[in-house]
Design a protein around this ligand. Sequence first.
Ligand code: BES
Ligand code: MN
Ligand code: ZN
Length: 498
Amino acid sequence: MEFSIKSGSPEKQRSACVVVGVFEPRKLSFPAELIDKAAGGYLADVIRRGDMEGKAGTTLLLHSVPGTLSDRVLLVGLGKEKDFREKEFTAAVRTAVRTLNDTGAFDATLFLTELPVKKRDVTWRVRQAACTAIDATYRFDQFKSKKEEVRRPLRKLTLAVERRNELTQAETALNQGTAIAEGIALARTLGNLPPNVCHPTYLAEQARALADEFKLDCDILERADMEKLGMNALLAVARGAHQPPKLIVLHYRGGPAAGKPVVLVGKGVTFDTGGISLKPAAEMDEMKFDMCGAASVLGTLKAVARMALPINLTVIVPATENMPGGNATRPGDIVTSLSGQTIEILNTDAEGRLILCDALTYAERFEPTTVIDVATLTGACVVALGQVASGLFSSKDSLARDLLDAGEEALDRAWHMPLWDDYQELLKSPFADMGNIGGRYGGAITAACFLSRFTKQYDWAHLDIAGTAWKSGADKGATGRPVPLLVHWLMQQAGSGE
Ligand code: BES
Ligand code: MN
Ligand code: ZN
């Protein structure tokens, strides 16, 4: 879809469709009032007849409205004006775009971007509208032999702003929104791909393709490289797999040449059977999503490169399958991690922390200011926070604060969880420096505590996205979270955020 920004009155737009909002009950938004005036009370009449109450999620398509220059006017219900906030705003944009795809209109001008949203300016509204519009049309149908066809898809969407002096910031916001949407789409697609396609080698190829597209440095470590380095925790997970593991490293250099990078580490378990500690059969297919951390850091990198943010960003993806087999790791095996610390692997299904700990140690060599790892790490995090918020852990409160704020702004929220020493005790092992599990209680926290032992050299945060990275059920699929949160945080780091 093509986008542009414009300022001007709705009744004077020459387009296939003009989109304006109606609040509940039966109250025209300001742009709708302008059309109504030009049309001699036409909209007010329609509303009086009860065809559009303004309920959120409803729409009404009108043709040849008098006094306007457009073929159509689409009314979109916004819900009660006093409840109209960020979520209602994006929901209205989503509804508008989906509806437009069902009409004959190839282009449309969206006046929803002029609606006031508490605490949010025009930059936020345009960025969010563009991102939502693209995300609303995302499809993953490459394995359907018969594709559901959109008869006359929306090709061009113009976002309206009230004043001419808002045009410049709106253009910037539009670029940000489309870049973020591109990052989200990449993360969703990598997540949705079946595990026989999206294996570690495939992820490495995708990373190489990103590197080619954006002129990034790309380094792929093979099993032999990892052996030489001593990444025995990562290798322990890969033992049962026939697919070879990969450690993917990408460098984006948009900041000062000597500037230290931010490092993002993403869990890339392309299928998690549990290994010898085998998972039950029900819903095991969803463990193809166990590489959504990897997908999200690659998506974030793509958005950052697309925006050409003035920062240095390194992405590390430890990628492997977690499979059972005659050569697989046994519960009770002890390995020496890259850091030198020894780990008794008590449960082979707690594999995410094993591949992450070696990647986190490897990150030290890039002398990062900050490292954030992103992982579908624990079922316990889903129990704690459901599918609403990602679990956020950090060794530095101000970093946690900034990430929480970024999540609020991006509508991709996280919740701060504790990392207190009291929990560290649960990882004690009689035979090694630590075990890889911490017992029945506080599973998301003990997993984060495990990782914290490998992150002493830099400021660190951990996002457990087990509940937020994908949706289950009838329309299951990857969400692309937490790409919005991460990109907003990086925009703040680059000084171009709000
Ligand atoms: N990938 C899973 C976490 C997961 C489970 C994400 C369910 C989303 C839904 C992870 O590797 C895992 O298996 N974790 C175990 C840890 C346990 C063995 C300590 C878990 O959460 O059960
Ligand atoms: Mn597991
Ligand atoms: Zn896993």
